[in-house]
Design a protein around this ligand. Structure first.
Ligand code: ATP
Length: 363
């Protein structure tokens, strides 16, 4: 069975330092929820409070509607997996998985059967009698998950469990973890500073900065509709144009920037006169076949190529900005005609107003 988890105005202070600041959040039963944020933003502290290794200074943690105050880690329906998996290297895989069951006095034959079932679940059907130190990093990861599942938790807590693996394996294990979560139907709460992990695996993501939740939403919403400049910057790349709003109408804003007059979406209804940032994703900046701004293409820039990073599936074309400012970045997908991009070529590029997001500069 899986459980919902609620944080009700949770604050954690270490002396005068506020590591988690008044966080309220409802994680649904059976949801894959990730906390995403830079180092030191308070993610691990939140996970420790949910697991019962720490108690909040203020506020409540509820699991399945029940206030967990006073319940230590063993009295909670949670299991925690760390980056450092803490497996017993000399013991067999099956004994590692069954360890928690042995502690609870479960019979040997039942333990063995349960270990084998769990090895099926994590796609390691023939590993029961191998020793831990005979396994690869990815296999160890699966054993750690099987061991955590053995004690039948209702909520799985995962603290950057993939960060020690190499890139290929990490990407593979993302899909594995997601599949295991779907098969078990358990609530998974995952913490990571890797936006790719959070976006690919989660039903919803909570982006954290300095102890606070900046935004909570499904991955596509976090990427396409970032609520603040911090979220936009942390989750993906942006071309940033700074300036002041001179006109607002119909959900759009005209911004006077160092790159001229540019028009973008203004979903937050920011007022005329405000200093803002206009953010354009590299994949939304496009070559245009126009000489200058037109009513259909109001945002047009002429820029020469600084350099091109060929990434395989696409090229990242870096375009020189005036006064040595950070080059613009434009992603062009590889349709087979990318070879002539290098050199002194000048591009006329632009973006549609709906592809530019206007947000408060201090967000
Ligand atoms: P990382 O990804 O680096 O682990 P994090 O987002 O998980 O970062 P936390 O470990 O939750 O961050 O730490 C948040 C802040 O609280 C940090 O500034 C950290 O130094 C501080 N902190 C965490 N635990 C303690 C503690 N036991 N005593 C004092 N300060 C602490």
């Amino acid at each position: 069975m899986s459980r919902d988890v609620s944080l009700d105005r949770v604050t954690m202070r270490f002396a005068s330092y506020v590591a988690v600041n008044n966080v309220s959040l409802d994680i649904k039963a059976g949801e894959f929820f990730s906390f995403l944020g830079p180092s030191g933003c308070g993610k691990t502290t939140i996970l420790r409070m949910i697991s019962g290794f720490m108690n909040p200074t203020e506020g409540r943690i509820l699991i399945g509607g029940e206030d967990m105050k006073g319940n230590g880690p063993n009295k909670r329906p949670t299991a925690l997996i760390f980056q450092n998996l803490a497996l017993f290297p000399m013991m067999s895989v099956a004994d590692n998985i069954a360890f928690g069951l042995e502690m609870r006095g479960v019979d040997k034959s039942v333990r063995r059967r349960r270990a084998e079932e769990l090895l099926e679940l994590v796609a390691l059907p023939d590993a029961a009698d191998k020793r831990i130190d005979e396994l690869s990093g990815g296999m160890k990861q699966r054993v750690a998950i099987a061991r955590a599942l053995a004690v039948e938790p209702q909520v799985m807590l995962l603290d950057e469990p993939l960060s020690a693996l190499d890139l290929k394996l990490r990407q593979h294990m993302r899909a594995e973890l997601r599949a295991i979560q779907r098969r078990t139907g358990l609530t998974f709460i995952y913490i990571t500073h890797d936006q790719g992990e959070a976006l690919t695996m989660s039903d919803r993501v909570g982006v954290m900065s300095r102890g606070q939740l900046e935004q909570v939403g499904p991955p596509s919403e976090i990427y396409n509709e970032p609520a603040t400049a911090f979220v936009a910057g942390f989750v993906g790349e942006n071309n940033v144009f700074t300036g002041r709003i001179t006109e607002v109408a119909g959900g759009q804003a005209v911004v006077e920037t160092g790159d001229g007059r540019l028009i973008g979406r203004n979903p937050r209804g920011i007022r005329v006169g405000t200093q803002v940032v206009m953010l354009v994703r590299p994949e939304r900046l496009k070559p245009l076949a126009v000489a200058g701004p037109t009513p259909e293409n109001p945002n047009v820039l002429s820029r020469s190529v600084d350099h091109v990073d060929f990434e395989g599936a696409f090229a990242n074309v870096h375009l020189k900005q005036p006064d040595g400012a950070k080059p613009l970045s434009m992603h062009i997908s590889n349709d087979g005609s990318l070879t002539d991009l290098v050199g002194d070529r000048v591009f006329t590029v632009g973006f549609a107003p709906q592809d530019a997001l206007v947000l408060a500069a201090n967000g």
